[in-house]
Design a protein around this ligand. Sequence first.
Ligand code: HEC
Length: 151
Amino acid sequence: MRAWVLAAAVAATVGSAGLAFAQGNVVTERRAGFREMGGHMEAIAAVVQSRGDQRQIAARVDQMLPFYQSLPNRVPAASLTPPLPQGTQDGQTRALAAIEANRADFGTRNQNMIAALGALKTAAEAGNVTPDLLRTTGGTCGACHQQYRAR
Ligand code: HEC
């Protein structure tokens, strides 16, 4: 009997630690992914500014798309704030619980992002990316941040 209770307690502890760890990874990987997106956008802006070869932009868009295609799966309710502490330190997040309450709208804003990246890629393949088009693309990032990312 005692051994059974002990075994159950150990299993419960391991179980919850495992969950906390998995949850931490969701947030860490999500934030690292977004930082990569920011890096891609900066590099793309540099290509446009220096009038570089815009095929580089198309290649970067190809690297960006899988992240947004997977984004709806990277925001489980338990990885949002609240319940997680809000902030930019390790283990904190700025992804708002409003995402959970507005899944359809979050998905629409994410689809808008995927469409905007598609348009950016098409323009890049023709060498037609302008600063204006980049601002529009960046505005699509901001349209989601405004609703679903804490400041
Ligand atoms: C559909 C919603 C959505 C779209 C579209 C979106 N973001 Fe975000 N972004 C978020 C959310 C939510 C967070 C907060 C993530 C967290 O703290 O866990 C975030 C966080 C970030 C961060 C901070 C990462 C960190 O260090 O914590 C950067 C940088 C970022 N996004 C860049 C971008 C760029 C660049 C684009 C457009 C190319 C973009 N995002 C498009 C929702 C979005």
